[in-house]
Design a protein around this ligand. Structure first.
Ligand SMILES: Nc1ncnc2c1ncn2[C@@H]1O[C@H](COP(=O)(O)OP(=O)(O)O)[C@@H](O)[C@H]1O
Ligand SMILES: [Mg+2]
Length: 318
């Protein structure tokens, strides 16, 4: 029997996907990469692979899981295994510099960003911005490490303050702060390269905007409506631009975030190849259009068959 092999390090995010695979009676194996070993001299098990490795693994004490996943994906691809969100996806997942370079190459506008190595360099980069600016980690995730600074003095003081967290890979990005006329961003979800839906996210509570149920933060003021809302009939030239971008970068499943500035510029700033879907927003959505995880499970089932593995279904008893 050939399987859908799911590579992950966060069990909380994998459980809802597992439930969908079980419901569809798809044969699967979960590969927990929070630790492990494999034998490079043997071929990997038959089947297709789906990497759900996350840039924020370090925030769950899995500091080196991304490096381990990257090595494993080299092995899988070296043996010609189909890896959904494979080597190119993990490259982008782990580096916003790689994301922005690839977005720019695809003609997609990003906020002006200066990567900096070292405190003095970050301050020098900050001086090149006339207004407030953001600092964020090159290897990001869940909004951790994203801070707004009014000026370079504030940045300098932040380095010595309690909020400072060293970037995991040592690289800090100093980035133009996009002042949105409304406190919202949009996140466009794609599965199998196809556009699924757009979510509108209320940003008034800060920069931690992970949509997974397990990441929920206290919403603060309940009177203002849900933080995540699916937008019916979302239309934008960005849909096609993102589709082309994902295709060119061999990324099959992703959520891509953009923000509109006061001049109507759409600036793309985050590609989540390990995307999560907000169950409350999907629950409130009355349209019959497909939901995130059922779409992912159905796509994995189709890919298993397309890769030449028959027997895409197993008995519930197995
Ligand atoms: N340049 C920016 N201008 C304004 N807000 C930003 C900017 N960059 C990030 N943010 C806010 O911070 C959140 C987290 O930033 P993001 O780059 O997505 O980091 P992560 O990869 O950790 O999710 C964004 O969703 C957005 O609300
Ligand atoms: Mg983000």
């Amino acid at each position: 029997m050939s399987h859908i092999h799911v590579l992950f390090e966060n069990a909380e995010w994998s459980a809802p996907l597992e439930a969908e695979l079980v419901q569809r009676k798809l044969p699967y194996r979960l590969w927990d990469l929070s630790q492990g070993q494999f034998d490079l001299s043997t071929p990997p098990p038959e089947g297709i692979y789906y990497s759900r490795m996350s840039a924020s693994a370090h925030s769950r004490d899995h500091r080196f899981s991304p490096e381990y996943a990257d090595g494993m994906i080299q092995w899988l691809e070296g043996h010609g295994r189909r890896v959904i969100n494979g080597s190119r996806a993990i490259r982008l997942e782990l580096s916003k510099i790689a994301q922005y370079a690839a977005l720019q190459a695809a003609g997609i506008e990003t906020p002006r960003t200066c990567p900096a190595l070292g405190r003095a360099a970050a301050i020098a980069a900050g001086r090149s911005f006339s207004g407030p600016f953001i600092s964020k980690h090159n290897r990001g995730g869940k909004g951790l490490g994203v801070h707004l600074h009014d000026d370079v003095d504030a940045l300098d003081a932040w380095f010595d303050g309690p909020d400072y967290e060293a970037p995991v890979d040592g690289l800090l990005l100093i980035q133009e702060y996009i002042q949105a006329p409304e406190p919202i961003i949009h996140r466009l979800e794609f599965v199998g390269g196809e556009f699924l839906y757009a979510v509108r996210v209320d940003t008034r509570d800060g920069f931690q905007l992970c949509p997974a149920e397990a990441c929920a933060i206290d919403p603060g003021d309940n009177s203002r409506g849900p933080m995540f809302q699916i937008v019916e009939d979302f239309a934008s030239p960005l849909i096609e631009a993102f589709q082309k971008f994902l295709h060119a970068n061999q990324i099959q499943i992703a959520g891509i975030e953009f923000i509109m500035d006061g001049a109507g510029r759409a600036l793309t700033y985050d590609i989540n190849t390990n995307t999560n879907y907000n169950p409350d927003a999907e629950g409130r959505w009355t349209s019959g259009a497909p939901r995130g995880l059922p779409s992912v499970a159905a796509y994995l089932g189709r890919e298993l068959t397309a890769a030449g593995y028959s027997g895409g279904m197993v008995d519930a008893a197995q």
